[in-house]
Design a protein around this ligand. Sequence first.
Ligand SMILES: *[C@@H]1O[C@H](CO)[C@@H](O)[C@H](O)[C@H]1NC(C)=O
Ligand SMILES: *[C@@H]1O[C@H](CO)[C@@H](O)[C@H](O)[C@H]1NC(C)=O
Ligand SMILES: *[C@@H]1O[C@H](CO)[C@@H](O)[C@H](O)[C@H]1NC(C)=O
Ligand SMILES: *[C@@H]1O[C@H](CO)[C@@H](O)[C@H](O)[C@H]1NC(C)=O
Ligand SMILES: *[C@@H]1O[C@H](CO)[C@@H](O)[C@H](O)[C@H]1NC(C)=O
Ligand SMILES: *[C@@H]1O[C@H](CO)[C@@H](O)[C@H](O)[C@H]1NC(C)=O
Ligand SMILES: *[C@@H]1O[C@H](CO)[C@@H](O)[C@H](O)[C@H]1NC(C)=O
Length: 290
Amino acid sequence: MVSSYYPIILLGSSLAQTALGWTYHLLRTTMNWTQARQHCKTNYTDMVVIQSQEENDYLVSLLPNRKGSPYYWIGITRNHKNETWTWLGNNSTWIGNESWAENEPNNNHSTEFCVEIYVKTGNNRGRWNDEKCSNKKYPVCYKAQCNAASCGRGTCRETIQNITCHCQPGFKGDRCQTAVKCPHLPLTDNGDFSCSRGNQTFNSTCQLKCHLGFLLTGLPAITCRANGVWSGPRPTCTSYKHALLAVAGCGALSALCCICFCWMKRRKRKKLTQVRQPEEATDPSSEVHG
Ligand SMILES: *[C@@H]1O[C@H](CO)[C@@H](O)[C@H](O)[C@H]1NC(C)=O
Ligand SMILES: *[C@@H]1O[C@H](CO)[C@@H](O)[C@H](O)[C@H]1NC(C)=O
Ligand SMILES: *[C@@H]1O[C@H](CO)[C@@H](O)[C@H](O)[C@H]1NC(C)=O
Ligand SMILES: *[C@@H]1O[C@H](CO)[C@@H](O)[C@H](O)[C@H]1NC(C)=O
Ligand SMILES: *[C@@H]1O[C@H](CO)[C@@H](O)[C@H](O)[C@H]1NC(C)=O
Ligand SMILES: *[C@@H]1O[C@H](CO)[C@@H](O)[C@H](O)[C@H]1NC(C)=O
Ligand SMILES: *[C@@H]1O[C@H](CO)[C@@H](O)[C@H](O)[C@H]1NC(C)=O
């Protein structure tokens, strides 16, 4: 009895040590489904979850062949005949086109809400059958390798002999450990970028402060977006002196124009008076002559 309770780790213990991928555990004692699940939850993570046909086939290849019933309990169930079959380990409802054995699930006793997997040679190998939960079969459990630390900024998914991380926006890498980088902001002689968190990665906000004598053009702060693009165009600093000179230059020019204009006008007036004087002079003379 004691020795038959000893669980067999189907995947090598070396895998468990590297903490990569979940491990399957088989108990060599039959029990009803409720007891089987309790056993899995107490000693491992839960009753085995199958997430793809590939995983189904892999599991079948690991389990010892049986010549007939009882076969093995797997962790998919429902509470009522109108309910969807659900994997208790992760709430998924995956069922492949080839999952059920021929003419199954048949709900023969109208209360067949638990599932066994046929591991045998020949017909229906690796296919499923709905069974009464009170029947006794061999439990297959799994121990998850995903934990809170597995995927820094992502969600962890168990895969065959490994785990896969699905990263949140703004993060990448095998374990979502790297923040997405935005194009590096070049150093400028005319101002300094100061970035929150000291770097130019996702969620960093960089602010441009112009040196004395330089004017800021554009929005002063830009933020690195999850897709690695800055939130707006890069602000720049333009020389304040140049701007001033330009304004001053224009002013000087207009002053010069003004002076020029005034001088010319004055000269014209002077010329006019000079012209008129001789006329005035001749008039009296003509009067004299006339
Ligand atoms: C549960 O299985 C489904 C179906 O393959 C998968 O999409 C989902 O990511 C799994 N969830 C977890 C937490 O492993
Ligand atoms: C599955 O869903 C139920 C009800 O929504 C919830 O209580 C349970 O924690 C979920 N289990 C997992 C493994 O996500
Ligand atoms: C239904 O169950 C009965 C008794 O266990 C069995 O004789 C019969 O063959 C089953 N029918 C089907 C379709 O599996
Ligand atoms: C499973 O077995 C336990 C212990 O023998 C028993 O209390 C329980 O009612 C059984 N459950 C089912 C669904 O048969
Ligand atoms: C696990 O997956 C990572 C990438 O997701 C890969 O680099 C590593 O080699 C895989 N390990 C095994 C044992 O397959
Ligand atoms: C950026 O700064 C944050 C907070 O200090 C840090 O967590 C992150 O690792 C840094 N990223 C890089 C690429 O240096
Ligand atoms: C990014 O910044 C926003 C606003 O400051 C914050 O709410 C959010 O938690 C940050 N996200 C990450 C992944 O650091």
